[in-house]
Design a binder for this molecule. Structure first.
Ligand SMILES: *Cc1c(COP(=O)(O)O)cnc(C)c1O
Length: 416
């Protein structure tokens, strides 16, 4: 039966949806809305309906849509110089790397474009370091990862995914990876051998459903990695740059990793910009010709990347994420409903575990869509609320009101 909230798509939206589905490969299952404009935390569809963005393009739009300062840089830099490849030096790349190393405390950065390329770069760095510094026998290097991880979509990266759908029939898979239980120190301890080069992990698992490990786990991981001479590489493509209420999620546990992968918000919501950061000790084994990317660190990306970091600092986006994230989380926790099984989060990165026997994640997201909130489920049982970090308390209160309304509507329908 058709829900009263189910909104019929206009012919205009139907036409755009038809074209994407007809002429595009079927790798996504978008919600039925066609967007054409964004500003700050708001999005508009082609018919002029307005939505609050609770997805932020998987945290890539932390600065809000089309941040005026970033648009200014985009305009000015694109009129000056965009792309040269790294066959030459430019006036923007050095400054971007200097800013990145300053804010992160790492010595050297290697810029890429997508998060997956940043992860690939980290894997290569770890393996080279393993052979050259740790003296692992040729082709024996192992990298340990956590189950339920999400690190991207390349053939190598999906080789160590535990998600069947993302790896099935894509073999042969890349060897050299071992999987341990996320958040379990014993599991890591027993997996480490003398051939282990690195432990690659997300400090909080994003795509797994905002899974937050026990606070004692990461310090223990740090200790163990140091003891065993294993690099601790954190994938903060999604958790980094203010999302969890700190510039980097690892700062919640007062440790430092040996390598850090950034992406998503590094491009200010405008461009794909990623980077692998580490020490000179690790990075020294990258030599000319050993790795690269035509677009990695291109002039426009470097200018945007630098300004993106500066804006996170200037506008205190991590602080806002912490304050409003705590507020939002507590308000959500107060909602008592059989639909909500758990609410968890760090900063403005919140996962709501729902009872899929009552409603699926997708159905709930569709309901929210008709009420003006855009989100996307993960694993069908978790709804995420990860708005741009520029969001205000007033906007969060509006979202809370809508969310509560939708939840009670579903409950009422259940009873009838
Ligand atoms: C999104 C994401 C990636 C991959 O980034 P892409 O830009 O999509 O390649 C890697 N790691 C984590 C933790 C992510 O959330």
């Amino acid at each position: 039966m058709k829900s009263p909230l189910q909104r019929d798509l206009t012919p205009l939206q139907k036409d755009f949806i038809y074209k994407e589905s007809e002429f595009g490969a079927d790798t996504y299952k978008p919600l039925p809305v066609v967007l054409s404009k964004g500003s700050g935390v708001w999005l508009w569809d082609v018919d002029g309906n307005k939505y609050l963005d609770m997805m932020s393009a998987y945290s890539a739009v932390s600065h809000g849509h089309s941040h005026p300062e970033l648009i200014k840089v985009l305009r000015e830099q694109s009129e000056r110089l965009v792309l040269t490849s790294r066959a030459f030096y430019t006036e923007t790349l050095g400054a971007f790397l200097e800013k990145l190393t300053e804010v992160s405390g790492f010595e050297v950065g290697l810029p890429m474009n997508t998060g997956a390329e940043g992860v690939e770069t980290a894997i290569k760095a770890a393996r080279r370091w393993g052979y050259k510094s740790k003296k692992i026998p040729p082709n024996k290097a192992e990298i340990i990862v956590a189950d339920q991880n999400f690190h991207g979509r390349t053939t190598t990266i999906i080789s160590f995914s535990s998600d069947k759908e993302s790896k099935e029939n894509f073999g042969p898979l890349t060897p050299g990876f071992k999987t341990v239980k996320f958040g379990c120190i014993d599991s890591l301890q027993s997996a480490i051998t003398e051939n282990t080069a690195a432990f690659l992990v997300e400090p909080i698992q994003g795509e797994a459903g905002i899974v937050i490990p026990d606070p004692s786990w990461l310090p223990k991981v740090r200790e163990l990695c140091t003891e065993k001479n294993v690099l601790l590489i954190l994938d903060e493509v999604q958790s980094g740059l203010g999302r969890t209420g700190k510039m980097f999620a690892y700062e919640h546990s007062s440790i430092r990793p040996d390598g850090l992968i950034l992406g998503k918000a590094l491009g200010g919501g405008l461009l794909p910009v990623s980077c692998f950061l580490s020490s000179k000790e690790v990075m020294q084994w990258f030599t000319p010709g050993s790795h690269g990317s035509t677009f990695g660190g291109f002039s426009l990306a470097a200018a945007i990347g630098k300004r993106s970091i500066e804006l996170i600092e200037e506008e205190q986006l991590a602080q806002n994420s912490m304050n409003l994230g705590n507020y939002f989380l507590n308000q959500l926790k107060e909602i008592s409903s059989p639909i909500i099984l758990e609410v968890r989060g760090k900063g403005l990165w919140i996962g709501i575990e729902i009872d899929t026997k009552i409603i699926t994640g997708r159905q709930l997201c569709k309901r929210l869509l008709t009420r003006g909130i855009l989100s996307k489920e993960t694993h069908d049982s978790v709804i995420r609320f990860a708005p741009p970090l520029v969001i205000t308390k007033k906007e969060i209160d509006w979202a809370l009101e809508i969310f509560k309304k939708v939840i009670s509507e579903i409950e009422t329908e259940q009873q009838n």
